[in-house]
Design a protein around this ligand. Sequence first.
Ligand code: SF4
Length: 187
Amino acid sequence: MIKNFVHREKMSDDKQTDHHTPIRVSGFAKESVVDGPGIRFVIFAQGCQRACPECHNPQTHDLQGGMEVTIDEILEMIDSNPLLDGVTFSGGEPFLQAKAFAKLATHCRNRNLSVVVYTGFYYEEILADSDNQDWQELLKQTNVLIDGPFEREKRTAEIAFRGSSNQRILHLPVGGGIAAASDKGNS
Ligand code: SF4
């Protein structure tokens, strides 16, 4: 892949006032090539109530665990690496903090970074909860949704970026609309 080395300017979104919004996280991977296409900054959301058997990240389940960081602090880490292709929200369950992650996603998109979101919910469940504005906003800001819980019986190492075969890679149209499924996750 030919890298785009154009320096990402801090956009006018820095004038917005949501930078002190906290997000509870388990941790970060500052350069990952296994959580979506290209080189990605990964934020592991803290908190998940699903309890999938043999979940790979059990330390992310406690809703009060991990630590709080502000959107500003996360953006500082992202801005320090000009090689990033995008950001990935993993978990834990990012949709439990959808409002804050949607704000962060907006700032990332303004920096020309693609947004990949992992969720234990299925896309159709999220779409169906149309009154949940925070969920719908996070969906709108997502380029690629990798959906569905980890199912131990369907575990496989044969498919890209997923742990079990029930999980899908869904490319979401900018600003909403119906997703298209893919096996690759290139955004
Ligand atoms: S949804 Fe994800 S983080 Fe939550 S228990 Fe299942 S595999 Fe683990």
